[in-house]
Structure formats: C-alpha cells, structure tokens
Design a protein around this ligand. Structure first.
Ligand SMILES: [Zn+2]
Length: 222
C-alpha cells in the first residue's frame, strides 16, 4: 500500500453487499452478529468473561467493546458482554470487517491503520443499515433520522449519527454490477422493507374515488 492511500469505500461497499446478497442468516434487520460471523467465516466469538480460559488479558483491551485475536491460528473475537448490545454488535462486525477487507495489522503504520478503521466502519454501517434500503425508505417518503435508524436497525445513537453522515459516500461511477446488487438486495429484503415502510404508490392508482370516477365516465361512453 502507498503512504498516500485513501480509504477504499468502493471495496468495503462491495464486500458488504456480497454478504447482504449471499447470507442466509440475514433476512431482516436487526439480526444476530455472532450468527452472521459464524456463517461467513471461521472466526469464533467469545465473551470477555471467557478470555481467562484462553489466557488472554482482557485488561489490555481497555474500553473496547470487542477485539479480534489470533490464537493458535484461530481468529477469536472477544466481546465485552457488559457493554450495551447495540455497541457490542457494531464492534463485532467491525472486527469481522477487518478480516473481510484484508487488513493485516502486523504490517500497518498509524496512517494505514487509520484508513483501515474508516474502511471497516463503512463496511459495518453498510452491513447493519444497507444504503439501498435507506434510499428505498426515502423514496417511500420516510425521513432517515437518528431515532428511526436506532429503532429500525437496532444500532447505537453514535452509529446512527455516523450513518447519516456517510450516506453520501458514494462518489464513484457505479458499475453495472453495483446496480445489479441494488435490485437483488431490495428484492431479497422486500417483505421486511414493506413491513417497516409500506409502499403507498399502489394506493395512488387503486384509490376508490378514482375507480368511481372512471365507472361514471363509462356510463356515457361505449
Ligand atoms: Zn478496528
């Protein structure tokens, strides 16, 4: 990697979308982070209170909600069971995101580490609150605000605020493949999307009054 690299949002977006499309665990939101990680990787998830069993010093983790550690060639995500679940879930997927996005901590400078953090946070936001679904909600007239994201997707206040900020991160020319992902994702989650924000467009055309008027019209026509 070059020292002047920037976060690769396109890569993180693609990696998250592939999971949204292929996962059998995710059928609606929110979903279980540990089940998703189990489905998509060989990473094991364990709570902090199990860390002793693995001879891992949890004090060294400081205030972190989750960390990923490689022990005997096995990746383990240790999560802090005392934190609020929304924060723990975000942190677990964040750690999983480092692996999915090919981040190798051993070789990282501070600058590259910073870039890796931005990439995995974007990956996590896309996986927990998919951009395509938020756009669909907007199209249906729903305002994307903090409390709506918190209640609908089971995320923390901080994650909701960040998501609203990063919603316009797509600045690249979207490829055909990316556009195809949009349709597949919307189709897959349509029953859930409809349950959250019903699509009112159907009513516009099947409105009783409009039908009545049409029937009236046909009274005087052949
Ligand atoms: Zn990180």
């Amino acid at each position: 990697m070059m020292t002047n690299s920037k976060p690769n949002f396109q890569k993180a977006y693609k990696n998250a979308n592939e999971i949204l499309v292929s996962s059998k665990t995710i059928t609606e939101f929110p979903y279980s982070a540990s089940k998703l990680i189990k489905e998509q990787s060989d990473i094991v998830c364990r709570s902090f209170d199990k860390a002793q069993k693995y001879n891992v010093d949890i004090e060294a983790f400081g205030s972190k909600s989750a960390v990923i550690i490689n022990l005997d060639n096995r990746d383990i995500i240790f999560y802090n069971q005392n934190e609020i679940p929304q924060r723990v879930k975000f942190s677990m997927i964040h750690e999983f995101g480092h692996r999915k996005n090919g981040h190798e901590f051993k070789k990282m400078s501070d600058e590259i580490y910073g870039i890796a953090e931005v990439e995995t946070n974007y990956f996590t936001a896309q996986l927990l609150m998919p951009e395509q679904i938020l756009r669909e909600f907007q199209k249906r007239g729903r305002r994307i605000e903090k409390s709506f994201l918190m209640n609908t997707f089971g995320v923390s206040e901080q994650a909701a605020i960040k998501r609203i900020e990063t919603l316009n991160k797509i600045t690249w020319e979207r490829s055909l493949l990316e556009k195809q992902y949009d349709d597949i994702i919307l189709n897959k989650y349509l029953p859930w999307i409809n349950s959250i924000v019903p699509n009112n467009i159907d009513y516009l055309f099947s409105d009783d009054e409009a039908k009545q008027q049409e029937r009236e019209l046909w009274k005087y026509k052949y």
